[in-house]
Design a protein around this ligand. Structure first.
Ligand SMILES: Cc1cc2nc3c(=O)[nH]c(=O)nc-3n(C[C@H](O)[C@H](O)[C@H](O)COP(=O)(O)OP(=O)(O)OC[C@H]3O[C@@H](n4cnc5c(N)ncnc54)[C@H](O)[C@@H]3O)c2cc1C
Length: 445
């Protein structure tokens, strides 16, 4: 029986038994939150249910408020490259609509058929394409939401150029539903690229890797993603596994654009890498490149990661048998891109079972840490967090086996100076503390 991954057992222990509320529209959602505020009932917003284990355990039973009926497209002026949709719209449905106009929302989403636009913005975790297109939060131009007293408010504007006032959209993105329930979002979208390719190199030493990455970031070529992959999870990968195993890892450069742009960049990169002495280089065009994008996006996803079955939803895809059998903790770090290689090398030295994916271009790392020989809490507090904080970075736990005891404050790097500010914001948006109580750290309950 594979272990389940979450921060509770399961994360929302009795989610199926909770009182489910499914408001039909914005006004009904606001009325529901007003009722919850007056009875001090916790409100847990639910999108597609794919990331309910992200963040701390919910504190006490309450209303599971499903956004599934808020799934309309409100406005789509395709020529402006913006779209306004309700928060419960599944990402795959949004992408299908945009594709009809040759456009897309340039985000990387595990399980897009279930994940919703609101859930994605609430978590604000980005994937490989962030290097070229910015974070999920940066693509949000406007939001309409309901605060913890049931008041409807709007932030931002439905236009790409807009700089008035505080940028509340950035505040709401990543607040994991603890400040407001997102009801409607205006997103900046992009033209669909004509084609895609990956160029992959085996890495034999870190010094050369640093030089190659520095060249790739100088701007002569414009990759969509710069990824470093290392460790046993990648050796089991159907595309990388058959290549000769590298001493250190693989560098994967993702390219998107017109066929001419992609071909030119491929030639430039191959020529630069030859001069640098990188001999073993492989290119992947579509459809293998599409598979690599998916693999890089779904790397953090473990089987059973979302308690799907416990929540009466279809199970998530298996990743590899090795990962199913072992107990892992999944952590993420954010730091300056120039420090990524040093941290990858440090994480790999912790244990032979550690696997890493670094979005090297924008300074984000995801690591799988096997807990067979390590106590989970010690692993995060004494090894992972210090390794990131020493580099001036910031760490968070994405997933942990259910038997690892964590408090919400264990899940994120602490920044004591910011706590009072966070608490003041929380009081302002949600004075009764009813929105996703327990989900967030920072002394904010
Ligand atoms: C290990 C891991 C790796 C991930 N990697 C990536 C990645 O590479 N790229 C990426 O883009 N995303 C990533 N994510 C995030 C994830 O893909 C999405 O954020 C997720 O799919 C959310 O969609 P959902 O509708 O399923 O949300 P749910 O699982 O239903 O909810 C997730 C959280 O958001 C809150 N929430 C949901 N809807 C709303 C709303 N309308 N208003 C307020 N709060 C709400 C919920 O209360 C809950 O706390 C990752 C998540 C995890 C746990």
């Amino acid at each position: 029986m594979p272990p389940t991954y979450s921060l509770g057992t399961p994360t929302i222990p009795s989610f199926p038994d909770w009182e489910r509320r499914t408001p039909a529209g914005l006004e009904e959602l606001a009325e529901l939150v007003r009722q919850a505020a007056s009875s001090r009932t916790p409100v847990y917003p639910i999108g597609g249910g794919t990331s309910l284990m992200y963040g701390g355990r919910p504190r006490g039973a309450g209303w599971a408020v499903s956004l599934q009926q808020l799934c309309r497209v409100v406005d789509y002026p395709a020529r402006d490259l913006t779209i306004t949709v309700e928060a419960g719209l599944p990402v795959a449905d949004l992408q299908a609509l945009l594709a009809q106009q040759g456009q897309r929302w340039a985000v990387d989403v595990p399980q897009p058929d279930r994940a919703t636009v609101g859930g994605l913005v609430a978590c604000n975790l980005s994937g490989p394409r962030r290097f070229a297109y910015g974070s999920v939060g940066e693509s949000v131009l406007a939001a309409t939401a309901v605060d913890g007293q049931g008041m409807i408010f709007s932030a931002g504007a439905r236009v790409v150029k807009n700089a008035a006032g505080y940028n509340l959209c950035r505040l709401l993105a990543g607040s994991v539903g603890t400040l407001a329930v997102l009801a409607q979002l205006t997103l900046r979208v992009q033209p669909l690229p004509e084609t895609t390719a990956f160029v992959v190199a085996r890495l034999e030493d870190w010094d050369r890797t640093e030089r190659v990455l520095a060249w790739l970031m100088q701007g002569r070529v414009l990759p969509t993603a710069l990824e470093l992959a290392a460790g046993p999870a990648w050796a089991a990968d159907p595309l990388l596994g058959p290549l000769r195993p590298p001493a250190k890892g693989w560098l994967l450069v993702g390219l998107e654009g017109s066929a001419k742009q992609v071909a030119w960049q491929l030639a430039e990169i191959q020529s630069a890498w030859r001069q640098e002495g990188l001999r073993e280089v492989q290119t992947f065009g579509p459809p293998q490149a599409e598979l690599l994008w998916r693999r890089l996006t779904e790397f953090p996803v473990l089987p059973g990661w979302d308690d799907a079955e416990a929540n009466g939803l279809p199970p998530s895809r298996p990743v590899s048998s090795r990962l199913q059998e072992e107990r892992f903790l999944v952590a993420q770090a954010s730091l300056l891109p120039g420090r990524v290689v040093g941290l990858v090398s440090r994480w790999l030295k912790m244990d032979a079972g550690v696997s890493v994916l670094a979005h090297a271009g924008h300074g984000s790392l995801i690591g799988y840490f096997p807990l067979s020989a390590m106590d989970g809490r010690r692993c995060i507090r004494e090894l992972i967090f210090p390794s990131v904080e020493d580099q001036g970075g910031y760490a968070q736990v994405l997933l942990a086996p259910t038997d690892v005891p964590f408090a919400p404050t264990d899940l994120w790097s602490r920044s004591p100076a910011a706590d009072p500010l966070m608490q003041a914001l929380k009081r302002q948006f949600d004075p009764y503390g009813i929105l996703n109580p327990g989900r967030w750290g920072f002394g904010v309950q």
